[in-house]
Design a protein around this ligand. Structure first.
Ligand code: PGA
Length: 254
């Protein structure tokens, strides 16, 4: 059975006190919740990773992820953080390739391929994001675009690496817009993604990898999306900033 995942991407929101509080609120709210086979991940901004992670009494089911890192080991890259630095505070999950990184910080598939390699060399688990923009979908290029994003950023990997990878399909037109892909659109793309992975890495790898959907997931639409056979959870932005909503999403996948 594939692992289910509910991951909250906090983006550039919440100061240290608010980050710690949100994490503890989630922790409190899941105390009586059974979460079999479900990973719960939250991704505070870099400066809050350490204080959130090292709170005493936080539910041990809550994992922390960083939102970005540089591909180099170290060096003159002002403002960046390395895989080693993230790991040194005890955090081994990393989100890579988010569309906001691609759009506002010019991240490319080629650069992301390097970041994925560096993350895996440091024994990190990667949540790799990708997805088409609205024009691609309108021009019916969405399958081609997604296939090339996967090819360019992930096809250099070995079969064994996939144990440490989670995919997050996030159609850019659905991120932060309130517009969600329909459950059918999500399922159609997730099944396609699995086919692309199977063609290169074999059916086993394709069936094992968790594929998350992201883009305006909220407590009102999550159950239907998560019910689709190839959707293994969600990467959530806006709705992850509120503990009641986030816990509702965790419940929606049980
Ligand atoms: P959203 O963000 O849920 O606010 O649309 C999703 C994401 O960017 O991961």
């Amino acid at each position: 059975m594939r692992t289910k995942i509910v991951a909250g991407n906090w983006k550039m929101n919440l100061d240290v006190a608010a980050s710690k509080k949100l994490a503890m609120d989630i922790s409190d709210d899941i105390q009586n919740l059974k979460t079999n086979n479900t990973r719960i991940i939250i991704a505070p901004t870099a400066i809050n990773l350490y204080p959130v992670f090292h709170q005493p009494n936080m539910d041990s089911r809550i994992e922390i992820a960083a939102q970005n890192m540089h591909q180099a080991k170290n060096g003159a890259f002002t403002g960046e953080i390395s895989a080693e630095m993230i790991c040194s505070v005890g955090i081994t999950n990393i989100i890579l390739g988010h569309s906001e990184r691609r759009t506002y910080f010019n991240e490319t598939d080629a650069g992301l391929a390097e970041k994925v390699t560096t993350a895996l060399e440091n024994n990190m688990n990667v949540i790799f994001c990708f997805g088409e923009v609205l024009a691609d979908r309108k021009n019916e290029k969405h399958f081609k675009v997604v296939e090339s994003q996967l090819e360019n950023a992930l096809f250099h990997l070995k079969d064994n690496d996939w144990k440490h990878l989670v995919l997050a399909y996030e159609p850019v037109w659905a991120i932060g817009t309130g517009e969600t892909a329909t459950p059918e659109q999500a399922q159609e793309m997730h099944a396609f993604i699995r086919k692309v992975i199977a063609k290169k890495f074999g059916e086993n790898v394709a069936q094992q990898v968790s594929i998350l959907y992201g883009g305006s997931v909220n407590p009102g639409n999550a159950k239907e999306i998560f019910a689709k056979p190839d959707v293994d959870g969600g990467l959530i932005g806006g709705a992850a900033l509120d503990s009641v909503n986030f816990v509702a999403l965790i419940k929606a996948i049980q």
